[in-house]
Design a protein around this ligand. Structure first.
Ligand SMILES: Nc1ncnc2c1ncn2[C@@H]1O[C@H](COP(=O)(O)OP(=O)(O)O)[C@@H](O)[C@H]1O
Ligand SMILES: N[C@@H](CCOP(=O)(O)O)C(=O)O
Length: 305
C-alpha cells in the first residue's frame, strides 16, 4: 500500500503592526495537504478550493518544492509523489498562503521520511524558501511567534497569550502579491521611524506576555511598511478607523495585505461589518472572517506510513 500522510496548516497574520518580518500569529483558517509516495516517477498535484486553476500543478508548485527540499536534505531516494491540496486560505491576501504551502510540504515530507528533521531545522528550511520567518514560524508552531535571524540561524520564541482575542479580517476581492507589496518598501527609513517601531514592537510582545491587551491601542501602529503600502490598499485608514470606532483594540495590515485585521475581545461581527462597509465606501468589495488564535500549528491528521 502506498505510504501517505495528511497535514493541516493554519493561515497566519504577519507583522501585526510594528513587528515587520518578525511577529506572526496563527489563525483558525486552514489548508490541508495529503502527500503520497508513488511507484511511478514524477509529480501529480490536485488542488481544490482556493487557488484551484491558479496554483501550479507541476514542479513549480511551492509545496512540491518544499517536499523535494526535505528529500534532498535527508537523502531520501527519489520517487514519484501525489499531492492533494484542499485550500481555505485565500492567495495573495496576506494570510500566509504561501507559508502554509511551504510548511505543509516540509511537514508531510518529513513525516514520510522518518521525521529526521527537527522543528528548528524545518523552520530554517521554511524561512529559506519563504524569505522571511514571520509567517512560516506561526504556521509551523501555532500561537504567536517572534522570530529573527541571528548568528546565521532563525531564532524563534512562541507566546501563548492567556487572554483570548479575535482577529477580525476584512478580505478585499482584489489580490496583492507579497512580492509586489515588498517592492514598494524603502531601502532606508528615518531614525525616528525606526525608534517608533522598536518601542511598539517591544511593547506589543510585552502586552501579549503580560495579558495587557489594552496596550494594543498604543502599539498596533507602524512606520516601516504600512505608510508605503497604504496606496496599494484603497480605504486602509478608513477601515482601521471604523474598526477602532466599533471597539477594536487596534487594526493593521495583515501580512503584506490587502487583508486588514482588527484585534478585539468584544463585538467581532459588528467590527467586521464596519470594516466591510468602510471598504465599500472606498469602492472595494470585501467580506470578513472571524479567526481565533490557532495553537496547534502544522498538524499531521492522517498517517499511513
Ligand atoms: N496554497 C498554495 N499552494 C501552492 N502555492 C502557493 C499557495 N499559496 C501561494 N502560493 C504561491 O506562492 C507565491 C506567493 O504567493 P502570494 O499569494 O504572494 O503569497 P501569500 O498568499 O502568502 O500572500 C505565488 O507564486 C503562489 O503561486
Ligand atoms: N513580513 C511580510 C509578511 C508577508 O505576509 P503574507 O501573508 O502577505 O505573505 C511582509 O510584510 O512582506
Amino acid at each position: 500500500m502506498a505510504q501517505s500522510v495528511k497535514v493541516r496548516v493554519p493561515g497566519t497574520i504577519a507583522n501585526c503592526g510594528p513587528g515587520f518580518d518578525t511577529v506572526g500569529m496563527a489563525g483558525t483558517i486552514y489548508n490541508y495537504l495529503e502527500l503520497t509516495l508513488t511507484e511511478q516517477p514524477g509529480v501529480c498535484i490536485e488542488v481544490k478550493g482556493e487557488g484551484s486553476g491558479i496554483i501550479p500543478d507541476n514542479e513549480y508548485n511551492i509545496a512540491y518544492q518544499a517536499v523535494q527540499a526535505v528529500f534532498r536534505e535527508v537523502g531520501a531516494k527519489q520517487c514519484g509523489v501525489l499531492i492533494r491540496m484542499e485550500n481555505s486560505i485565500p492567495l495573495a491576501r496576506g494570510l500566509g498562503s504561501s507559508a502554509a504551502a511551504i510548511v505543509a510540504g516540509l511537514t508531510a515530507a518529513n513525516a514520510l521520511t522518518g521525521s529526521n528533521l527537527s522543528m528548528e531545522e524545518l523552520l530554517e528550511m521554511a524561512t529559506r524558501i519563504e524569505g522571511h520567518p514571520d509567517n512560516v514560524a506561526p504556521a509551523l508552531y501555532g500561537g504567536v511567534t517572534v522570530s529573527i535571524v541571528a548568528c546565521g540561524k532563525v531564532q524563534c520564541l512562541r507566546i501563548d497569550p492567556a487572554a483570548g482575542f479575535t482577529m477580525v479580517v476584512a478580505v478585499p476581492e482584489f489580490g496583492l502579491s507579497t512580492k509586489a507589496a515588498r517592492q514598494v518598501l524603502p531601502k532606508t527609513v528615518p531614525h525616528r521611524d525606526a525608534v517608533f517601531n522598536v518601542g511598539r514592537a517591544a511593547m506589543l510582545v510585552g502586552a501579549l506576555c503580560t495579558n495587557n491587551l489594552s496596550y494594543f491601542r498604543y502599539v498596533i501602529d507602524d512606520r516601516l511598511h504600512q505608510p508605503y503600502r497604504q496606496r496599494l490598499i484603497p480605504g486602509m485608514q478608513q477601515v482601521f478607523d471604523a474598526a477602532v470606532a466599533q471597539g477594536a483594540l487596534g487594526a493593521a495590515i495583515s501580512g503584506a495585505g490587502p487583508c486588514l485585521v482588527a484585534f478585539t475581545q468584544h463585538s467581532p461581527a459588528a467590527i467586521g461589518e464596519a470594516m466591510v462597509h468602510a471598504f465599500a465606501e472606498n469602492g472595494v468589495k470585501a467580506h470578513y472572517l472571524l479567526l481565533d488564535l490557532d495553537k496547534s500549528g502544522a498538524k499531521i491528521i492522517e498517517d499511513n506510513t
